[in-house]
Design a protein around this ligand. Sequence first.
Ligand code: ADP
Length: 219
Amino acid sequence: MNLIFLGPPGAGKGTHAKMLCEKYGILQLAAGDILRRNIKEGTPLGISAKDVIARGELVSDDLVNDMMFEEILKLVNAKGFILDGYPRTINQAEALGKFLSKEKIELTAVVNFIASENVLVDRLAGRRLCAISGKIYHVRNMPPQKEGFCDCHHQPLIVRKDDEPETIRHRLKVYHESTKPLIEFYRTKGLLHDIPAEGEASLVQKDLDTLFEKISSIK
Ligand code: ADP
């Protein structure tokens, strides 16, 4: 089963992709995580992407396409994958479509996470990370045991650079301009499934489980 998770920043794509992958034994390919790994390792891709990401802009289509195609090809023996945060532009979606048909890989469905702007801003602005494990907290919805410190390594929690309020607004604008058109792109292909994503994580997860069962029974 090969899926795309589509939706604005803060909609919960990453959180739910991780839960589904653990449950169903498929693999998550999160474009943002792979880019941040490249930045950490100082690769040429990481060096070109670093400032672009900090400003809340999109990394160029060619760089991201090559990066993701390479990752998908590593998964030939996997049960399936979730592309999280990729594609984010029509150009990326078209390139991905050509790549998948060349490799004879079928796209099963596209899950569209829906949440209002207020909820998204609140989630992103309250997001905190452990600098060592990357574990995600939220100051109110998912607080650590000791305020400001992670439970796993007892280190001060950090704010992702692109979760600063100004950059959050810009990322949402970029989403509306560049990524939102993908909803119609995949709807016309008959692949799109909407998921309301404002509720608690456990409720969203329940809807996703139902959707997952439905999709796997069709395929
Ligand atoms: P979010 O979905 O919360 O914005 P991500 O971790 O998915 O966070 O992405 C962080 C940043 O990485 C994006 O703002 C963008 O700069 C870059 N990025 C991630 N995916 C893509 C993509 N498919 N195309 C271009 N840039 C991307």
